[in-house]
Ligand binder design. Structure first.
Ligand SMILES: [Zn+2]
Length: 137
């Protein structure tokens, strides 16, 4: 869905297109939940995704300015690199990309996380516009 290519020359533009993708999928999710106003957006950013969290935060503010998403807070959650041992299945956070498994000592760690860039959660307003008088409970 979101490209995970690194582009050192155009990093700002890279984050800008990612910010647009995030805004798009947030709108789709919000529409599915009755078009309620979005308060907070949680996004997981993996350590090896090549995304600069600060630049993404900055670009997102630009992308949503003057739109229905203006004012929504962007919560960037850093996801550390994770390895899974091919020998015993143990998952661990490697130090300096050291593939040695802390459980069994075999050097068979493979990247299993930390390269993701995904929506973690959405926090929406409680009020549902356009549906007055609907009873709950
Ligand atoms: Zn192991």
């Amino acid at each position: 869905m979101v490209p995970s290519v690194r582009c050192p020359l155009f990093q700002g533009i890279h984050e800008l297109s990612i910010a647009e993708s995030i805004a798009d999928s947030v709108r789709q999710h919000a529409a599915l939940r009755g078009g309620r106003r979005v308060r907070r957006i949680g996004v997981r950013v993996g350590d090896t995704s090549g995304v600069n969290a600060e630049a993404l935060d900055f670009c997102f503010a630009i992308v949503v300015r003057g739109t229905d998403l203006e004012g929504a807070a962007l919560d960037l959650e850093r996801v550390p690199v994770r390895f899974r041992c091919e020998a015993c299945g143990h998952e661990f956070e490697p130090a300096e990309f050291d593939p040695r498994c802390p459980a069994c000592g075999v050097e068979r760690g493979r990247l299993s996380g930390g390269d993701e860039l995904s929506l973690a959660y959405l926090e929406l307003d409680d009020e549902e516009p356009g549906r007055p008088g609907e009873t709950t409970g």
